[in-house]
Design a protein around this ligand. Structure first.
Ligand SMILES: NC(=O)c1ccc[n+]([C@@H]2O[C@H](COP(=O)([O-])OP(=O)(O)OC[C@H]3O[C@@H](n4cnc5c(N)ncnc54)[C@H](OP(=O)(O)O)[C@@H]3O)[C@@H](O)[C@H]2O)c1
Length: 262
């Protein structure tokens, strides 16, 4: 059954484009007030205005680099100063890099781990007590089909997504009695700005889905009578994820490397 979010408040990270903007639109359409976080202030403000006008919700833009020191404290301060209580959190902000690790920009690698893993864990920890107390909301952590096998040439990115999957499935178990719906969303290639940031469309495996398709998959899982602790978007991606999990690593890793080597 479609979950009503009227009167609740949700944080969406990475809301300035792609999957995050789509999550924000979907939650606003169900009545959720929003805290929209990313670095590009102009895009967040435009989205906040759009959602407030379309759905009559309160939408607060917060322009912030979540990989910077003190970022999560800045989020909690922003929330407390406005007297908000958080029911839902969509940890979606993330990026990937392509190429051999030995040649990768070391500072950018650190930033990737701080954003994809560090900020996600800290935001979850910061708001989990009030989210479980509310029991009306959702926690969505965005991983990837990269979580199902090592990813040569995107080694750090793949490993961050393994972390997100393991972490979120564990938190889903710990909070199972609370009413909070928790899932890990594992998209495959999706038509967003992601591959522009990666720097090559060639790192894509399989056909593109749209952000609308991917977010609809997450929302269906969250609306289900029993929310699964992880959900893969797309039939082909789901089949590939199953295969990657059962095939020997000695086969899966070179196969993935060939797809990623461009
Ligand atoms: N697209 C795909 O094929 C695909 C597949 C699997 C998983 N995913 C995952 O899906 C999630 C969303 O990505 P997307 O596909 O929607 O890509 P996207 O269009 O590039 O969106 C990424 C979002 O993260 C924000 N962001 C990046 N660095 C940030 C930082 N340091 N601080 C705060 N916000 C930051 C970006 O906003 P600003 O630049 O304004 O900060 C943007 O809103 C990511 O976790 C990604 O790993 C994507």
């Amino acid at each position: 059954m479609a979950r009503n979010h009227a009167g609740t408040t949700a944080i969406v990270t990475g809301a300035s484009s792609g999957l995050g903007a789509e999550f924000a639109r979907t939650l606003a359409a169900r009545g959720a007030n929003l805290v929209l976080i990313a670095r590009r202030a102009d895009r967040l403000t435009a989205l906040a205005d759009e959602l407030a006008a379309a759905h009559g919700v309160d939408a607060h833009p917060l322009a912030l680099d979540l990989a910077a020191p003190g970022a999560v404290e800045a989020v909690t301060t922003f929330v407390r100063e406005r007297g908000l209580s958080i029911d839902s959190l969509v940890n979606n902000a993330g990026f990937g890099m392509h190429g051999e690790l030995a040649e990768a920009d070391a500072a950018r690698i650190d930033e990737q781990v701080r954003l994809n893993v560090g900020a996600l864990v800290s935001l979850t920890r910061a708001f989990l007590p009030e989210m479980t107390a509310s029991g009306r909301g959702i926690l969505v952590n965005v991983a990837s089909t990269a979580a199902f096998q090592p990813l040569p040439y995107m080694a750090v990115y793949g490993a961050t997504k393994v972390f997100v999957l393991s972490f979120t499935e564990a938190v889903a178990y710990e909070t199972r009695e609370s009413g909070l719906r928790v899932t890990t969303l594992c998209p495959g290639a999706t038509r967003t700005e992601f591959f522009d940031v990666v720097g090559t469309q060639e790192a894509r495996v399989g056909d593109y889905q749209t952000p609308e398709e991917v977010v609809a998959t997450a929302i269906r899982a969250l609306d289900a009578r029993r929310t699964p602790s992880s959900v893969v978007s797309g039939g082909r991606n789901s089949a590939a994820a199953v295969l990657a999990r059962i095939m020997p690593r000695s086969i899966v890793i070179p196969m993935t490397a060939r797809l990623m080597a461009n």
